[in-house]
Design a protein around this ligand. Structure first.
Ligand code: IMP
Length: 425
């Protein structure tokens, strides 16, 4: 049994892409299990920058096969474009990439409704406007269009008619007009044909891979605090980003998963609205944003930045059952001379160790000051190479959240990594 889950332990953008890229050479199969084109990971392929929203970054490693599982929502035009761009840059995808026929399709009106809702005063969550919420709404309401439906024009048309009927009053209420079923059916059937070779029974392939004792990396999207059930509802995404989501999203059981690795930045960022107790709306926050290039890879929005929130991280360790943490962007903290970490919250005069239900915007963070290191970390390859203050920073995290730190990222490049080891060993 050698499936392991890599999950975001904060509000997304923790650097999962880099960690998956580091672990992929050890894996036979990389499976993305939730979310859609709201996620984004910037890669350098063939000397050119490329952002992958749907295809796991494992695709860059020739021996690794990639699956986009049934728990995801797919914009087929984005998926096709990613395949074409990878192919143009010499990365082969045929026979190595599969999308589940059960994954739901993001339709043009999902994006329209998402955008119109965001524009409406009082209704904004700060979504990525990629149609994610409305698509998952259709899935849960049992009226969604799935990737497999794109391969059967009659079935697609029947489903689209019923689907559009449900959204018509919503769109009109928001002042929008739905596209015609004819137009969508024609375009999406074409996209289905273009993707035919990539569509299949992904769950069966993953289960066969488990039977064959292959090494499987299950890749989450977004992060624990954006999870629909475990996050800062309603300021969340619409899927189960947590490790538990990997079972339903890939089509496997919990007993197939050996371990869960949480990815956390050495500080905290968040994009979009919602509570963020350790946010720094000052010069230090701006310093972190500049040094960490904290601008969204999907929307370009500046990310909100703040101190490391160990209360949120403790929650992530608990709800994901994490065995290990990977800490990213430790090098960014070199620009800040004196550090603080949030070890608890105060609410109603009491000290609390876990995020409270529905009252996160009311808490006061309780900070502990830690010494900075003001040194370049990019050449460090083991934890022992780090300056003593950086080692103490990591040790403090482990102590507070009860989870050991494994790999540590000390720069954007692959080689800027300390303590990398085979995660399946
Ligand atoms: P949605 O997933 O586009 O519906 O957006 C819901 C919330 O999740 C918003 O606050 C987004 O900014 C946030 N979000 C969605 N995807 C990501 C991501 O990949 N990184 C960080 N935040 C995200």
């Amino acid at each position: 049994m050698s499936a392991l889950v890599v999950v975001g332990a904060q509000w997304g953008d923790e650097g999962k892409g880099k960690v998956v890229d580091l672990y992929a050479p050890y894996a036979d199969l990389v499976v993305r299990y939730a979310g859609g084109a709201n996620a984004g990971h910037t890669l350098v392929v063939g000397g050119k920058k490329q952002i992958l929203h749907l295809i796991p970054s494992g695709i860059l490693h020739e021996q690794t096969r990639c699956i986009v599982g049934q728990g995801t929502v797919i914009d087929p035009a984005v998926f096709l474009k990613e395949i074409e761009t990878l192919n143009e840059r010499g990365v082969g995808t045929k026979g190595r990439l599969l999308v589940s026929q059960r994954a739901h399709v993001v339709l043009p009106h999902h994006k329209l409704i998402d955008e119109l809702r965001e524009k409406k005063s009082g209704g904004a969550i700060g979504t990525t406007k990629r149609g994610i919420g409305p698509c998952y709404e259709d899935k849960i309401a049992r009226r969604g269009v799935r990737i497999g439906d794109l391969l059967d024009v009659d079935r697609l048309r029947t489903k689209l008619d019923a689907n559009l009927e449900c959204w018509r009053p919503v769109a009109e209420d928001l002042g929008g007009t739905l596209p015609s079923a004819d137009d969508i059916a024609t375009r999406y059937a074409e996209l289905g044909e273009a993707l035919r070779a990539y569509i299949g029974d992904a769950g069966a392939v993953i289960r066969a891979s488990i039977e064959a004792d292959e090494k499987i990396l299950l890749e989450g999207a977004q992060g624990t605090m954006l999870d629909i059930d475990n996050g800062t509802y309603p300021f969340v995404t619409s899927s189960n980003a947590v490790a538990g989501g990997a079972c339903a999203g890939a089509g496997i059981g919990p007993t197939h998963i050996r371990s869960a690795i949480g990815i956390a930045k050495a500080y905290t960022t968040r994009v979009g609205g919602g509570p963020f107790p350790t946010e720094l709306q000052d010069e230090t926050g701006q310093k972190l944003r500049d040094a960490g290039a904290e601008y969204g890879s999907t929307t370009g929005r500046p990310r909100r930045c703040g101190w490391l929130d160990l209360v949120a991280l403790r929650h992530a360790v608990a709800v994901n059952g994490l065995n290990e943490l990977a800490i990213t962007k430790l090098d960014v903290l070199s620009v800040v001379p004196k550090l603080e970490v949030c070890v608890a919250y105060e609410l109603d005069g009491e000290r609390i160790a876990y995020p409270p239900y529905e009252r996160l915007e009311e808490v006061q963070p309780i900070y502990e000051a830690l010494e900075g290191w003001n040194e370049d970390l990019t050449a460090c390859r083991t934890r022992d190479d780090l300056p003593p203050a950086a080692q103490r920073y990591l040790a403090r995290i482990e102590q507070e959240v009860g989870c050991r730190v494994g790999v540590v990222s000390v720069g954007p490049d692959r080689q800027d990594t300390a303590d990398l080891r085979d995660p399946f060993s």
